[in-house]
Design a binder for this molecule. Sequence first.
Ligand SMILES: [Zn+2]
Length: 189
Amino acid sequence: MTPLAPRQRGELAEACQRDAGAPGKRLLPLRGGRISQGWGENGAYYARWGLRGHNGEDWVNGPADRPITPPPSPPVNWGGIPEAWDDEVFWVYATGAGVLRVGSSDGYGLYAYVMGERWHWLFAHLAAIWVMDKGVAVPGEVIACMGYSGITVPAGIAGRHLHYGVRPAEMDRGNGYGGYVDPSGVRAA
Ligand SMILES: [Zn+2]
């Protein structure tokens, strides 16, 4: 298992940054994706985890814009989803710079967590990850592909999405969202 060669990662990052548009525009975790569940929604469902509502954004790709790309190299970590690239592959891009933590949990499944100076970013339910634990994330670089590991609704490939969370480095874990805040107002920096 080896991570993406630096040159391949650089090329992908360049392409993503082109797509990101004007300076100051929000860098997005998926290219051409859309939000399927927004921040703060479905409080009754999330009460079981002690949350006031959805503590992030769920992203999926629309049928017209999904990139169909074979994996350029084996991933570093797997989310237990063998068919991850038997069909489409939906690349997940780092939206900020920071040190990476890679892990898994019952709810989030395989996840990557980027710890920047001002913000932390969570990418969850991943199928596979191409970056190393304790490595450094670069904004616009491919770090993973979308999957359905952990708890998704529905379970399985029909529930495939990216859970995207943002919290300040100086977080308030008692804010009712585990310290996470509405990602829509956050720019990478
Ligand atoms: Zn979510």
